[in-house]
Design a protein around this ligand. Structure first.
Ligand SMILES: NC(=O)c1ccc[n+]([C@@H]2O[C@H](COP(=O)([O-])OP(=O)(O)OC[C@H]3O[C@@H](n4cnc5c(N)ncnc54)[C@H](O)[C@@H]3O)[C@@H](O)[C@H]2O)c1
Length: 261
């Protein structure tokens, strides 16, 4: 270390929990798939997790340990996003980590996409993450520490697939939004990154993509298989941990190498 980094500290040994023990976390989309696996892995790593989703049944079966909490909310409504953060501040008195996984996938050909589809996709996938990032950033600023992990998609880099154009555009927006927040919040000690999953075996893939397309996709993945939600969760937990203290504005692809094809 020199005078250029005076006052900067990094724990020599981040410990088994990689600095996550006791951290206060919100995970959205936590009733299912990647959000669910991330909420449970953060809880196992010592975080006090508030799991948020519109699906109350999925939330009810989560394993978040003794200190977990759930919040049923429709995050396509900006005021609901702000209320989720306010609720955690009131309950836990601070916020350290936000993981934004909630989203929907709709496959509608460009010729048939109407304004209602656009509004639904933008509100659910992009605006929700914007309002949650903004509220979380404000909540994290006073302590000068925070980690925000958004969920994008390889679809946002390649223009979508099988009619998922509106979905892809929301996911491309999340990448730019992440970098905008990373610049804005960096001086406050808050990192903002994006996880970009490839084909992960979740309800979104199983119900949203035709079976023959899933098979074709799988054949193109260099690692030779679809990914598990737990593998994406590890990427999200890395970005939320002390191991990623100098990583911000990054797009972490957890996709078995799909983007190389
Ligand atoms: N599964 C994949 O292959 C894949 C690939 C690329 C990106 N992603 C992204 O990863 C994230 C997680 O996807 P997944 O595959 O786990 O999906 P999933 O469908 O299994 O889970 C998404 C969750 O979001 C919740 N949700 C949807 N709308 C909501 C709303 N308005 N308010 C609150 N909660 C809402 C759903 O109820 C659901 O529990 C998403 O952002 C998705 O776009 C997934």
């Amino acid at each position: 270390m020199s005078e250029l980094t005076a006052g900067v500290t990094v724990s020599a040994d981040p410990g088994a929990g990689f600095g996550l023990d006791g951290k206060i976390a919100i995970v959205t989309g936590a009733a299912s798939g990647i959000g669910r696996a991330t909420a449970e892995l953060l809880a196992k790593s010592g975080c006090l997790v508030t799991a948020v989703d519109v699906n109350h049944k999925g939330l009810a079966t989560l394993d978040l340990g003794d200190d977990g909490a759930t919040d049923v909310a429709d995050l396509s409504v900006p005021a609901a996003c702000e209320q989720v953060v306010a609720g955690v501040l009131s309950h836990r008195k601070r916020l350290d980590i936000l993981v934004n996984a909630a989203a929907i996938l709709r496959r509608v050909p460009i010729a048939e996409a109407d304004a209602a589809l656009w509004e639904k996709m933008m509100d659910t996938n992009l605006l929700s993450q914007f309002f949650l990032c903004r509220a979380a950033g404000e909540a994290m600023k006073p302590r000068k520490w925070g980690r925000i992990v958004n969920c994008s998609s390889g679809a946002g880099l390649v223009g979508g697939f099988f009619g998922a154009t509106a979905y892809a555009i929301t996911k491309a927006g999340i990448m730019t939004m992440t970098r905008s927040f990373a610049k804005d919040l960096g001086p406050h000690g808050i990192t903002v990154n994006t996880l970009s999953p490839g084909a992960i075996d979740t309800p979104m893939q199983r119900t949203g993509v035709p079976r023959e397309a899933l098979e074709a996709n799988r054949a193109r993945v260099p690692i030779g298989r679809m990914g598990l939600p737990a593998e994406c969760a590890r990427g999200a937990v890395f970005l939320a941990s002390d191991l990623a203290s100098y990583v911000t504005g990054h797009i972490l692809a957890v996709d078995g190498g799909s983007l190389m094809r």
